[in-house]
Design a binder for this molecule. Structure first.
Ligand code: SF4
Ligand code: SF4
Length: 205
């Protein structure tokens, strides 16, 4: 939950409490698990707003930072909590990127297939930004699945279908332990490697 950025003035959190629930916080002043509402949240807002820890004071989700995200992207409405991170914290190979994005899918598949989601993700990947998704589950780097980003931009419906498949795989790994989780992670890895191989084959043909 680390960052310091300039908020878009027109955006207010309103009733959203996604970050106070979804994110893990582990600083001396406050420790909370991911996907558990902070004990200081009253249900309508932060109960210690004036004295909330610096980590909370400095946090802004992507919806409060990115101009191109419209009002429907507020995390409690869209089901997508976008967190801007240092690029290297998202993917080591992308350390030269200006930032990275970690998108927590708190809605269902409809979050990934809603109009605008694929367009935003493809636009960020095309700029060289690492974008990972997770859903209270192991995450995966979408850059490794949407490897032919020009093709992904040309056929958004196919891209939405790919995103839905990726979501189903990470979701399947969600509550699994041991061999079952490994099996679902293996399927995800096969999908990632297949996408990379197809990209290489297309390049060579
Ligand atoms: S997730 Fe974003 S909009 Fe929601 S409470 Fe946190 S900063 Fe505000
Ligand atoms: S201290 Fe307040 S702002 Fe920080 S996570 Fe808890 S409820 Fe949210």
């Amino acid at each position: 939950m680390k960052q310091k950025s300039t908020p878009l003035k027109k955006r207010e959190c309103g009733p959203c409490k996604a970050c106070c629930e979804v994110l893990k916080i582990d600083v001396p002043e406050l420790k909370k698990k991911a996907h558990v509402l902070c004990r200081f949240h009253t249900g309508t807002g932060c109960g210690i707003y004036e004295t909330r820890p610096p980590v909370c004071q400095h946090f802004l989700c992507g919806w409060r930072l990115f101009e191109e995200l419209d009002d429907g992207w507020r995390p409690d409405l869209s089901g997508a909590l976008i967190v801007r991170r240092d690029a290297a914290d998202v993917a080591k190979d992308y350390r030269d990127a200006p930032y990275g994005l970690s998108i927590g899918i708190i809605g269902g598949e409809e979050t990934m297939t809603r109009p605008g989601f694929a367009e935003f993700v493809v636009g960020e990947i095309a700029k060289g930004i690492p974008v990972e998704i997770r859903s209270n589950s192991p995450g995966t780097l979408l850059n490794h699945h949407l490897v032919d980003i020009k093709a992904a931009a040309r056929d958004m419906e196919a891209t939405r279908a790919s995103l839905a498949r990726i979501f189903a795989m990470i979701r399947a790994a969600r509550w699994k332990r041991g061999p079952l989780m490994l099996w679902h992670l293996y399927r995800l890895e096969v999908a990632r490697q297949t996408a990379l191989m197809e990209k290489r084959l297309n390049k060579n043909s």
